[in-house]
Design a protein around this ligand. Structure first.
Ligand code: COA
Length: 578
């Protein structure tokens, strides 16, 4: 079975990301599985850009993988940064116009003068990335025709001259390798003959899921890494009768969403941490007026502008707690590209069923990651709608009526006898303003208690690995795949490891987690991507047993955990406690 990690590195602006993207799509169209990770600077030009593509003929790829099989270095910085991660017997394909690697370094070296060929044979320096792709096609078996097809798609719109120069560069790179390089390893990513799957980024899958859920109004303000949701929906949502509004800021975006929701439409906004902090004012209104709303936070490293193009899972506490007064909300963590599709549908279902804001946590890594997924079966997906008042209820309509499950039938403007005022001010069951302490306590309890039903949903957590593990892993959000792969690796190494992955993060699924840990598990490792170990802290607050040790495995900085790193941590913990 083939399973390889290709990493492309070079200067931002010289087309590193495009090279990785074309390679990814060519492999996926050849029937291979793909999983990408990209990290690039916030500037349009300059700084270091890298894209990693894991490509395999196994069924599902869960993480970006461990060591590098092939490093494609466009400059010395890329070599210096990444060469230590090349595995034994791995390959360095590099631009020897730019630099020469250390002679003693152990990897297999394929020098190809990308820049020289681009300048002398093609006459356009920018095409050096296509020279590199040509070299890759010759060395590793990706058919040139696949690349040509994709180059046409990508650069065709830039004009015939640009297109031809790029094809010329691709052919020149392949020719150079055929004439000058002797292949001395067996890495091949040739077509499998299998039917290609869908290739989607996290943000694309999320946008398609939102449309499948019945999204009718999207409002947003551009911000990395959420902007591609706005761009995608601006093209696609109107085709399904929906509307996209680019607002003047994030406060207005949530305002539009709440207005649309009041009017009976499914509505969503997406942002990143700084935009979410602006939305918090109106989050209070959503909770008080009990308006369904889906708010996506594609997290990035903060605070402030921070590292806007790097991933982090550091908005968890803000998503759970931000707000004035007591404003109940539901927080979900998306776990994979496929889960971006299904998870956002679940978010809409919860928002509509429980008439609540739902905050959906994605992150830069997941939002911009591409993965091959099976075409979603929309006929199997249950789409839920909000509870509407029947004729009897309308005869004596009380918008905030306290019902056995604390969820009240919600009318829409124009419904005969369904008139009510949806304000941010405290109100009685029929929506009239009221400042009495007893009423405030009663209505606060209503708003909190209606969310108890969320924790009865059947899909709140997923578990993996040994049923009675010696040690458990509990990650959250986009770390699911890497945790799952580390469980597989640890199990293969003979360790008794299990994992639980919560999909609903708030209300905190304390009972389910405590039940999972009740069969003697004494140690829990929590891998997450923030400095302070936010989920680990939350977990500690909710553990019933005091003899469970929570080991926080937290790091910020924008680079996800590797499965091997988690396995090392498991072994370390088991050794310490042996
Ligand atoms: N022929 C013609 N054009 C080519 C080419 C070729 N052979 N190779 C690349 N290009 C073009 C690409 O199409 C792209 O143009 P586009 O912007 O019109 O799409 C451009 O050159 C850059 O190439 P790309 O491969 O996409 O990126 P890169 O690896 O050079 O890195 C980025 C550049 C991605 C780092 C940078 O452009 C960027 O987007 N930075 C982040 C900005 C941001 O989000 N900041 C945060 C603000 S808060």
């Amino acid at each position: 079975m083939s399973d390889y990690v290709f990493r492309f590195g070079g200067e931002g602006g010289e087309g590193v990301i495009s090279t990785g993207d074309l390679f990814t799509t060519a492999c996926a169209r050849s029937g291979l599985e793909i999983y990408t990770f990209r990290s690039y600077p916030a500037e349009i030009k300059g700084g270091h850009a890298m894209i990693q593509v894991r490509v395999a003929d196994r069924n599902v790829l869960l993480s970006r993988g461990d060591e590098i099989d092939v490093l494609i270095a466009f400059n010395k910085e890329a070599y210096d940064r990444h060469c230590k991660e090349i595995k034994k017997g791995g390959v360095l394909l590099f631009d020897n116009t730019d630099f020469l690697p250390d002679e003693t370094s152990p990897m297999i070296k394929y020098p190809v003068p990308f820049t020289k060929i681009a300048m002398e044979e093609v006459g356009v320096r920018l095409t050096k990335n296509m020279v590199a792709l040509g070299a890759i096609s010759e060395l590793f078996g990706v058919p040139q025709d696949k690349f040509k097809e994709l180059i046409r798609d990508k650069f065709g719109k830039k004009g015939e001259a640009v297109l031809q120069k790029n094809i010329q560069a691709l052919e020149a790179g392949a020719r150079y390798v055929a004439q000058n390089i002797k292949k001395s390893e067996s890495i091949r990513v040739a077509p499998t003959g299998r039917q290609p799957k869908l290739i989607l980024s996290g943000n694309e899958a999320l946008s398609l899921g939102a449309i499948a859920a019945g999204l009718k109004v999207y409002a947003g303000y551009p911000i990395t890494p959420a902007s591609s949701i706005l761009e995608f929906l601006a093209k696609e949502l109107p085709k399904t009768g929906g509307v996209v509004i680019q607002t003047e800021d994030e406060i207005a975006a949530l305002g539009v969403v709440l207005g649309a929701s009041f009017a009976g439409k499914k509505a969503m906004t997406a942002t990143a941490g700084p935009g979410f902090s602006l939305m918090v004012e109106l989050l209070g209104l959503a909770a008080m007026a009990e308006l369904p709303a889906v708010i996506v936070d594609a997290q990035r490293a903060g605070p402030s502008t921070g590292m806007p193009t790097k991933m982090e899972q550091s908005d968890l506490m803000m998503a759970i707690h931000a707000g004035h007064g007591e404003a109940p909300r539901v927080v979900l963590g998306l776990t994979s590209v496929e889960d971006c599709f299904y998870g956002i549908i679940r978010a809409f279902n919860i928002a509509e069923t429980f008439q609540t804001p739902v905050i959906v946590l994605s992150d830069q890594g997941l939002a911009q990651r591409e993965a091959s997924i099976l075409k979603p079966e929309t006929s199997d997906i249950e789409i839920l709608e909000r509870r509407k008042p029947n004729t009897d209820q309308l005869a004596d309509y009380q918008r905030f009526r306290i019902t056995p499950d604390f969820i009240s039938p919600m009318s829409v403007p124009g419904m005969p006898d369904g008139f009510y005022s949806a304000t941010g001010i405290e109100h009685t069951e029929n929506g009239e303003l009221n400042y009495e302490p007893a009423n405030h306590n009663k209505m606060t309890a209503k708003r909190a208690k209606k969310l108890e039903g969320v924790l009865k949903l059947p899909w709140i957590v997923r578990t993996y690995g040994a049923p009675n593990p010696e040690i458990a892993l509990i990650g959250w959000g986009s770390e699911e795949g890497v945790v799952r792969e580390s469980v597989e690796q640890a199990t293969a190494a003979g360790l008794k490891v299990g994992a639980l992955h919560p999909k609903i993060l708030w209300p905190f699924p304390a009972e389910i987690i405590n039940n999972y840990l009740s069969n003697g598990i004494r140690r829990v490792i929590v891998p997450e991507l923030n400095y302070s170990g936010q989920f680990a802290a939350l977990l500690k607050q909710h553990l019933k047993r005091t003899d469970i040790e929570v080991i926080s495995m937290a790091k910020g900085g924008g680079i996800p955990w590797k499965p091997g790193e988690i396995v090392t941590q498991i072994k370390e913990v088991l050794k310490i406690h042996a």
